[in-house]
Write a protein of this length. Sequence first.
Length: 142
Amino acid sequence: AGRLLGGFLGRGIYRRVEKIITSIPGIKQIYPHIKQIVDFLLADEKPIKFSRVVVVEYPRKGIWSVGLVTGDTMKKIEQAAGKSVTVFIPSSPTPFTGYTITVPSDEVIELPITIDEALKFTISGGVLVPPGQETKRLHSDE
């Protein structure tokens, strides 16, 4: 009963506080966006599911970026570009910001690392290389 009443009262208080916040000029324009970001970051079940880690040539040929496949692309893009996937390229040091790009499927190279390892790599600016992916030339004069 306490948990039920607490949940009911908590939701009511939350709705009232939110209504007050959204009635303040200036805040009502930015609050929904901030709330959406916070809800995304704190949600147990993320609305975006990353299916695999890939590397793509982005922002130009010859420069490789680690990305996370979020799914297929939009129908109109696929009609113009052929079979493609949508890739989220996280940025350092905050991986929840970045770029969403559409890449032809044949230009995507899968990486044998986990999503957590890819995010650690990005957050660290490339310092934390996943196990088995290190190169031995780090400090050589090659």
